[in-house]
Design a binder for this molecule. Structure first.
Ligand code: PLP
Length: 433
């Protein structure tokens, strides 16, 4: 084992990891990155096929983002955002507002803090408008919104949640429109509408006590890249409006082009009351999140009394370096026609996956934008670790979720990397039990 791996095991506690497993599966020691590639300390290179946990958009060591951060570094690295303001955070707020159609931006440090902010703001809005009974939240079955206690309360992934159940607030889960759960012969659209009926049944009885419905638009990432028909989102919007419940779109994973449009909500023509953004917002460089909301919500806090304001804060909120990285990301989208080019790339990779799609072990092959996933039949216990190891041998970094193998590459992948990823999928299907 390299000394970096040894030192890591002794002094570091890795996220989402049973540390004892590192005895047999040591961490990859990464020394540098370039574009879609990661280089380890043994001199091997690996395609970052999961965008470093869904955060990277334009590759590692991206020249434009590097330059923006270096330029900002010589000006101001950080300043308190209560009582101070600065150009990068103002420009970012203006541009995100234009892109989302939501007029006020509140910044947090990471995805989970964005979820906390949206939940607290929703509750506080109803309180400020005299509806103190609206104290509950609903979310989708198998949904994921982060792992701090408030966010975990609306998350529904047993592996992350069950141990902490006694610490969590009660929340109620609505049936997920995940296409894998549709019954034989039922179209994905009909299934989505059936799930929306269950949502309405719930709201009809509980709207008085429900502050908000939080969901991941179109793709439930942590559920195993579960995808669903956009009609569900459109119906959820209608129902939330009808029953006066906020709709919180958690676009932390799907925002910034991941599903083929800038934001996933656009595909259903839906404007949420709150949108949560993080992950790709800085191109995967620095930790930053943002919750945008409407004039209506904002104005309910605008008052002479201090306590009516949103008295929430994180020390690094609106960090100038992170904001500059985010501005470079938005520049890249505009100047490089990213969404258009991604469509061509996606077609190419989908074609390369044709044989995989037909493989006898593949169930529920699915694709949206720059996400591809399939479930593997006859996968024995420990499949995800063995698939990860098999992929690594071929020079591809994957992180299967249970028996789901997915690809979520940075938008800078080229034909060589895509060919390599397709080959890796084939090897996993042929060789990993
Ligand atoms: C990753 C993720 C989060 C949490 O973000 P962190 O930065 O890891 O706290 C929340 N919601 C969704 C949909 C995510 O994918």
């Amino acid at each position: 084992m390299s000394s970096l791996q040894d030192r890591s095991r002794h002094f570091l506690w890795h996220p989402c990891t049973q540390m004892k497993n590192l005895e047999t599966v040591p961490p990859l020691a990464i020394v540098r990155g370039e574009g879609a590639w990661l280089f380890d300390d043994a001199g091997n290179r690996h395609v970052d096929a999961i965008s470093s946990w869904w955060v990277n958009l334009f590759g590692h060591a991206n020249p434009r983002i590097n330059a923006a951060i270096i330029d900002q570094l010589a000006k101001i690295e950080h300043v308190i955002l209560a009582g101070c303001t600065h150009e990068p955070v103002v420009e970012l707020s203006e541009r995100l507002s234009k892109l989302t159609g939501l007029s006020h931006a509140f910044f947090g440090s990471d995805g989970a803090s964005a979820t906390e902010i949206a939940l607290k703001m929703s509750f506080h809005y109803w309180r400020n408008t005299g509806q103190t009974g609206k104290t509950q939240f609903i979310s989708l079955q198998n949904g994921y919104h982060g792992e701090t206690l408030g966010a975990l309360s609306v998350t529904d992934v047993a592996l992350f949640k069950d141990q902490y159940a006694p610490l969590l607030r009660h929340s109620v889960q609505m049936p997920s429109p995940d296409i894998r759960l549709a019954e034989g012969g039922e179209s994905t659209e009909a299934f989505a509408l059936r799930c929306a009926e269950a949502l309405e049944d719930y709201l009809r009885q509980h709207a008085e006590t429900t502050a908000a419905f939080i969901l991941e638009p179109l793709v439930q990432g942590a559920a195993g890249m579960a995808m669903y028909h956009p009609v569900y989102l459109a119906r959820a919007r209608e129902l939330c409006t009808k029953y006066r419940v906020h709709l919180i779109a958690d676009e932390i994973a799907v925002g910034f082009g991941r599903t083929g449009t800038m934001f996933a909500c656009e595909q259903a023509g839906v404007k949420p009351d709150f949108i949560c953004l993080s992950k790709g917002i800085t191109g995967g460089y620095l930790s930053l999140s943002c919750v945008l909301t409407t004039d209506e919500v904002y104005l309910a806090f605008y008052a002479d009394e201090t306590a009516k304001g949103f008295l929430h804060s994180h020390s690094y909120t609106g960090n100038p370096l992170a904001c500059r990285a985010a501005l470079a990301v938005l520049d890249t989208f505009e100047q490089d026609k990213v969404l258009e080019n991604n469509r061509l790339k996606a077609n190419q990779f989908s074609q390369l996956l044709d044989a995989v799609k037909q493989h006898r072990r593949v169930k529920h092959f699915r694709h949206l934008g720059m996400i591809w996933a399939f479930d593997v039949a006859n996968a024995a216990t420990g499949f995800s670790t063995r698939a990860y190891q098999a992929a690594l041998k071929t020079g591809v970094l994957l992180r299967p979720i249970g028996n789901t193998v997915y690809f979520m590459p940075p938008y800078v992948v080229g034909e060589d990397e895509m060919t390599k990823m397709a080959l890796t999928a084939q090897i996993i299907l042929d060789e990993v039990e």
